[in-house]
Design a binder for this molecule. Sequence first.
Ligand code: 13P
Length: 251
Amino acid sequence: MRKKIVAGNWKMNTTVPEGVELAKAVVAKSAEVPSDVKLIVATPFTHLVPVAAVTAGTRVGLSAENCADKEKGAYTGEVSAAMLASAGCQYTILGHSERRQYYGETDEKLVEKTRLALAQGLDVILCVGENRDEREAGRHFDVCKTQVENVLFQFTAEDLKHIIVAYEPVWAIGTGLTATAEQAEEIHAYIRGIIAARFGAEAAEELSILYGGSCKPSNAKELFAQKDIDGGLIGGAALKADDFIGIALSF
Ligand code: 13P
């Protein structure tokens, strides 16, 4: 049985004290959520150590939003996978569309980042998804296929056990435009098919594929009811503990 997961990507929001309060509220409300749903908060780097003190020993996992593509050394301003692991993270998001769009994240860099994260025992939440032009040109399947192949095909079926895929159509992120459950499901099923063809049916069946893009309590139920949608990567709605938990209650 593959895991059900709801992960909150806080992006560049909250001060450290605000983030600690938000994490405390998520932990406090997490008891309402059935135990087969994994909850994760992904916080800015500055928040990881104090939030780790809040989430340690609870059912809430801790994720970074990015990590460096180098192991260590003279890379001013970067944060390595080893630093994340030592800060108390169990996960890192990689390849978020905002990083691909604004910070020159390439699939080549993502291969390095994924390799370094896995080597430190971190699980990776790898984001893929098409932008609006690509969707309008009918290229969404091809774009997702290329992103999946370029990164995941560099790894093994064993590595895949430590990777979660998040399908986040860029046109749905922060726009209030959610992909319909059918639009999301057809891409999720397609991605699972690509994984099955390369790594086998069992690896594909065990891979959690999350949907992200204007997911909220009011639409999560329909999305999560789809066969190949295993949960959500939540942006805006993850900044309110009630909404985040409301989404986690939507399975
Ligand atoms: P929103 O939920 O704000 O659309 O963001 C989704 C996202 O980018 C999560 O990584």
